[in-house]
Design a protein around this ligand. Structure first.
Ligand code: NAD
Length: 252
């Protein structure tokens, strides 16, 4: 594989498993030194060891400013300031294998999803931006979702609202940080094979698959390839974009 990311440092949140793990692995295979950040430290350590390339693990909760700040500082102390940030950590809480209806949602659960899915992306950008501005380069990619663009009967209103907000956050950050040489993009995955999608019944995933023109679920590796592109020099004039990685499930 071409070493498109040689000499770069990358912070990937929620990287112990699922899409984040594949992203961390993909960037490491392309030559980046990766910090695998997750609330699950043991799993993050195992992932970092398996990925290799000098990858490190750091524990932190993206939804908690103090925790994210401490994790970022610990990572910078070990591998230096970041050229790349991937805001991947996210949750999609369900009840008995289905979404929680808005009319029954506990406001505390709403706040938890907003903290992790949306504020976490802002906190990440807030933490890496000063060094990127000083270096006059950087790439940030956040994980939105097709559920942020279209109505989805699978997810709760908290999840859909945060994934829509990430698209706006991405555009705004791209505008503000562009003059400093920093690109900010997002991807909007469709239904991707990962631990997250098994919180609902198999029939739900089968229905999503049936609605996908390419006729299958996506893979975490396919999301990782899109993020490798967006964080590489091949995308040097691409910013403010939310790229669908959805097999045609969402066509806008
Ligand atoms: N799987 C899909 O079909 C799909 C579709 C669209 C978007 N996404 C988005 O992709 C991202 C990754 O999803 P996934 O399917 O790999 O999920 P996953 O549940 O399989 O993995 C999420 C990882 O994030 C970590 N994490 C959770 N909360 C955290 C926190 N507060 N701080 C730090 N780490 C935390 C978990 O420990 C886990 O390792 C999410 O943002 C999700 O919304 C997924």
């Amino acid at each position: 594989m071409e070493e498109t990311h040689r000499g770069r440092t990358a912070l990937v949140t929620g990287a112990a498993r699922g899409i984040g793990r594949a992203v961390a692995e993909g960037l490491a295979r392309r030559g980046a030194r990766v910090a695998v950040m997750d609330i699950a430290l043991d799993a993050a350590e195992a992932t970092a060891a398996e990925i290799g390339g000098g990858a490190i693990a750091v524990a932190g909760d993206v939804g908690d400013w103090e925790s994210f700040q401490a994790a970022h500082a610990a990572a910078v102390a070990r591998i230096g300031a970041f050229d790349i940030l991937v805001n991947n950590a996210g949750i999609s809480p369900k009840r008995d294998g289905a979404r929680v209806p808005a009319a029954e949602m506990d406001p505390a659960e709403w706040r938890r999803v907003v903290d992790i899915n949306l504020s976490g992306c802002f906190y990440g950008a807030r933490l890496v931006a000063p060094a990127m501005i000083a270096a006059r380069r950087g790439a940030i990619v956040s994980l939105s979702s097709v559920a942020g663009k279209h109505y989805s009967s699978i997810v709760g209103v908290h999840y859909a609202a945060t994934k829509a907000a990430i698209i706006g956050l991405t555009r705004h950050l791209a505008g503000e940080l562009g003059p400093h040489g920093i690109r900010v993009n997002a991807i909007a995955p469709g239904r991707i094979e990962s631990p997250m999608i098994h919180t609902v019944g198999a029939a739900v995933n089968q229905a999503a698959l049936a609605a996908t023109p390419l006729g299958r679920l996506g893979t975490a590796a396919e999301c990782a390839d899109a993020i490798a592109y967006l964080t590489s020099d091949a995308a040097s004039f691409v910013t403010g974009v939310t790229l669908d990685v959805a097999g045609g499930l969402s066509m806008t």
